[in-house]
Structures are given as C-alpha cells and as structure tokens.
Write a protein that binds this ligand. Structure first.
Ligand code: FAD
Length: 369
C-alpha cells in the first residue's frame, strides 16, 4: 500500500478545497508546493500587522450559495464591499460606471439624463458595424469620453499594445449602472475572511501532510511513487515538458511600500487609467480589513510581459493558445491516475468562487459514490 491516496501538487485554493473533501472522505493526502508558503495566489504576508495581498488584491465575491456556505464553515467574512476609484489626471471617479461617475463626468443628475448623454456619445460611432479592433469596439459601446478617460490608457497598459492593435473581442460588453451605487460586484455575497485568506487555507488542509519548497519537477518520480493518484494544479504545458510549445500569459509586477502615515488614499483600490502612469493600480491593504495602525502599506501594480521566471497570471485565450491547450488536454486525458484542476492546469482565469465550485465538483465526482 502506498503512503498516500492523493499527492496534491499545489497548495492553492483548488488543491486545498480538494484536499479538504478528500480527507472528509477518509483519504490520506500529501500536499506539495514549490513556494515557501501555502495558499497559492491568495496568500497574504503579514507586515507590521497589515495583511498584504502578495499576488494581487483578492476580494471574495459570489452568488453561489453552496460555495458561500462552504467557505463560511471555515472562516467568517467581514463587510468589505469593493468600491474602486479611477484616477485620471488627478481627478477621481467612481467605478463601476454608475450615476456617481456620470455626474462627475457630464454634470448629469438623473438616470434619464445619463442615458441620453450616453446615447449621444455612442451615436457618433453608430456607423461602425463590425469593429475591427478594441478601440472601435469600445467607442461603439461607450462613446469617446468614457473610452478616453477610463478604457484606452488602462487597457493599453494591461496588454502592452495600442488599442488599435488589440482584438475587438477583449471587450465584449461594458456594464453601466443607472443608480448611485459604487459596489463593484453584482454578487449577493462578498467580503474578506476575518483572520485572512491564510487562515481559510490552514483550516481547509488541516490533517494533510505538507511539503513546502518542493517543486514537483525536481523529484516527480519519487513523489508519484508515494501516492495512488495525483491531483495536479500546476501549469499544464510544464507537466509535458513544454513538448508542444509554451502557453502564453500576461504577468504582473508588484512594488510594496511601507509608509509612516495612517492612510495614503482612503480606499483599498485606486485604478490609474492614464497611459503615461506606468502602473495600473495602487492597493492600500489595510482598507480590506478596516485596521487602524499609524502606518500603512501600499502596492503599485505594474503589467509585465511574461517571460520564463515570471509568475503566470493571466492566460491569453486567443485562438493559437486555445489550440495548443486542446492538444495538451489530449495528452492529459491519457494520464489515467492524474486529476487536473485550478487556473494553471485548466489555463483559464477563474475567480475564487469558481475555483471552489470546480474543486467541490471534482471531489463530488471522485468521492460521492
Ligand atoms: P494558484 O493559487 O495559482 O495555486 C497553484 C499552486 O500550485 C501555487 O501555489 C503554485 O506555487 C503551485 N505549483 C505550481 N507548479 C508547481 C510545481 N511544479 N510544484 C509544486 N507546486 C507547484 N479571484 C477572486 O474571486 N477575486 C479577486 O479579487 C481576485 N483577484 C485576482 C487578482 C489577480 C492579480 C489574479 C491573477 C487572480 C485573481 N483572482 C481573484 C483569482 C484567484 O487568484 C484564483 O481563483 C485562485 O488563486 C486560483 O487558485 P488555484 O489553486 O487554481 O491556483
């Protein structure tokens, strides 16, 4: 008999939820991660009493009641409501686009006035039938003012290319809200775990054996020999030694800064939408948890071209990458004692609630018999 039923490669949210359900079904789990900490990208580092979201700001939000009830079995959530701001040339606007934004932008007070103004702006681009690029698509959907102030510079920074060279499909729709409501998400539930995301992960994996600083590819054959099955949540192309080619990503760079003032920007998230400002956002972490230290920690978030050694953050789901993914999936299907899950193995962007839902579903398939 092998030491473990499951070797779980990756101690992120997907691996942790699956491990939790596996252990509840009586399975023995070994979880490994190449990083020195648990939690994958939702990990927070505590610096001077402030939990810093090391891999980008994470706000839990969902309309999936099963997922919400599941995570609430392990941690309570606070009342944080995401209400980001956009800074354009020093002027602050509310996001998502709502009556507060339209009021500041155009001086309109009522939903009817805002709708009329928006239609007028869009009307100028009504002749664009089939948008040929992202710029045409956005102008058709929102008109010149919103495009120039909020979309053009921000999107060009994110993708590292002029809007006229980006495909139209990047923007499918632009949501407008004709109420004075700055809550970014439409979901029924949202918040930040009281005690932080690390606590959620620790509670999920309680009872499993853990090996950190352990890269699967450094000793895959020894590790495989320890367990009957492997749940793999790392990069799918890496599992096959990139033999068919590399899947492409966009990456990010974070600069964390401690400041000896109690409050830098009065809000957790401020987007910088001008092209000439090199970063896309400043995050002020203490506002996620309403703490009141005399100091604060902010993070500048910079978009980055992906290269070997960078963190793979956002998959580039264009036709050529999706074709390559399909080929890797065919190879993966042949690995009978392997299960796959999570954002890297699926090469997809998943919010945390989708990640939890997918891990619960994989557990249901394997353990509810
Ligand atoms: P990961 O968290 O990436 O975990 C995978 C783990 O596998 C990592 O720890 C990695 O080190 C490990 N691993 C990989 N290869 C190996 C190997 N060879 N050997 C050992 N270990 C390995 N979602 C929201 O709901 N709200 C948000 O506000 C939000 N903000 C986000 C912001 C950013 C910048 C990004 C990129 C994502 C955001 N998300 C957000 C999505 C969220 O991060 C994911 O849903 C979640 O982290 C996915 O968990 P995972 O376990 O699939 O992947």
């Amino acid at each position: 008999m092998k030491n473990y039923d499951y070797l779980i490669v990756g101690a992120g949210l997907f691996g942790a939820v699956f491990a939790n359900k596996a252990m509840a079904a009586g399975k023995r789990c070994l979880i490994i991660d190449k990083r020195k900490h648990l939690g994958g990208n939702i990990f927070c580092e505590e610096i001077d009493g402030i939990r810093v979201h090391k891999y980008g700001a994470h706000i839990f939000h969902t309309s999936n009641k099963e997922v919400w009830e599941y995570v609430n079995r392990f941690v309570e959530f606070n009342r944080y409501t995401n209400s980001p701001l956009a800074n354009y040339k020093g002027v602050l606007y509310n996001l998502p686009f709502n009556m507060n934004t339209f009021n500041k932008l155009w001086g309109v007070n009522t939903p009817a006035e805002a709708r009329t103004k928006l239609e007028e702006q869009r009307g100028e681009y009504a002749s664009i039938e089939t948008p040929q690029n992202m710029e045409e698509q956005a102008l058709k959907l929102c008109g010149r003012d919103i495009y120039d102030i909020f979309i053009k510079g921000y999107t060009e920074k994110q993708w590292g290319r002029p809007a006229t060279e980006l495909p139209a499909f990047i923007i499918k729709r632009i949501p407008f809200r004709f109420t004075y409501d700055n809550n970014y998400f439409n979901d029924e539930f949202q918040g930040i775990p009281k005690g932080g995301y690390n606590l959620l992960i620790e509670k999920l994996i309680k009872g499993a054996d853990i090996r950190l600083n352990t890269d699967y590819f450094q000793s895959r054959y020894e590790l495989d020999a320890l367990a009957d099955k492997v749940l793999y949540t790392g990069c799918i192309d890496e599992l096959f030694d990139f033999e068919l080619g590399y899947l492409e990503y966009r990456s990010l760079r974070f600069e964390h800064e401690r400041m000896s003032i109690p409050d830098f920007q009065g809000n957790a998230v401020v987007n910088y939408t001008e092209r000439s400002v090199p970063y896309t956002r400043i995050i002020e972490h203490k506002h996620f948890e309403f703490t009141s230290q005399p100091h604060t920690i902010i993070t500048h978030e910079y978009p980055l071209n992906f290269a070997i050694g960078c963190e793979p953050y956002y998959p580039i789901n264009d036709a050529s990458n999706m074709l390559l993914l399909q080929k890797y999936k065919e190879l993966a299907n042949k690995k009978t004692n392997f299960l796959f899950g999570g954002r890297l193995a699926q090469y997809a962007y998943f919010d945390m609630d989708d990640t939890v839902a997918a891990a619960l579903e994989l557990a249901r398939i394997n353990f509810d018999k």
